[in-house]
Design a protein around this ligand. Structure first.
Ligand SMILES: [Zn+2]
Length: 158
């Protein structure tokens, strides 16, 4: 499995676990008047352990230092399908709200530049993976050559 945010947002450590819920049966003791008290023991149903999901379907991850954060578990196929369905619904919503394409120019531009910044921070692996995704292998190869050529300024030559 994969998570969209496997690293702790506070300390940067990888998660060491996901928050789970295990149902248990707290044993009761009834007295002669029909009143109950907890007996003090709980029978745990370990086979019914479940990952806790919030209302947005995100799980809670925890790092070794005990920081917790929400992350989405990525099941590639299901995720793509869900996104597609959600997107169709959102387009309808936008139309109902009278939103015009140019109204979304700015948020799209912001999202793209944030994503570009994240890719650039990810180093040359992520940068090249991104370029290949956008342009294909041949175009990326051409781009690399072009970039290398542009860097060869006369002052670099001995
Ligand atoms: Zn942490």
């Amino acid at each position: 499995m994969e998570f969209d945010a496997p690293h702790c947002p506070v300390c940067g450590e990888l998660a060491h676990g996901s928050l789970e819920q295990v149902p248990g049966l707290a044993l009761l003791l009834f007295d002669e008047h029909g009143k109950a008290e907890y007996e003090g023991e709980t029978t745990m149903f370990w086979d019914d352990q479940n990952t806790v999901h919030d209302e947005n379907g995100r799980v809670t991850l925890e790092c070794p230092a005990g920081h917790r954060w929400a992350a989405r578990q990525i099941d590639e196929e299901q995720f793509a399908f869900q996104c597609y369905g959600d997107a169709v619904q959102l387009v309808e919503d936008a139309q109902k709200l009278g939103i015009q394409p140019e109204d979304l120019d700015e948020p799209v531009h912001d999202a793209a530049s944030q994503s570009a910044a994240a890719t650039n921070n990810g180093g040359i692996d992520e940068q090249i993976a991104f370029l290949v995704e956008q342009f294909g292998v041949d175009e990326t190869r051409r781009l690399l050559k072009e970039t290398a050529t542009a860097q060869e300024t006369p002052s670099d030559e001995e």
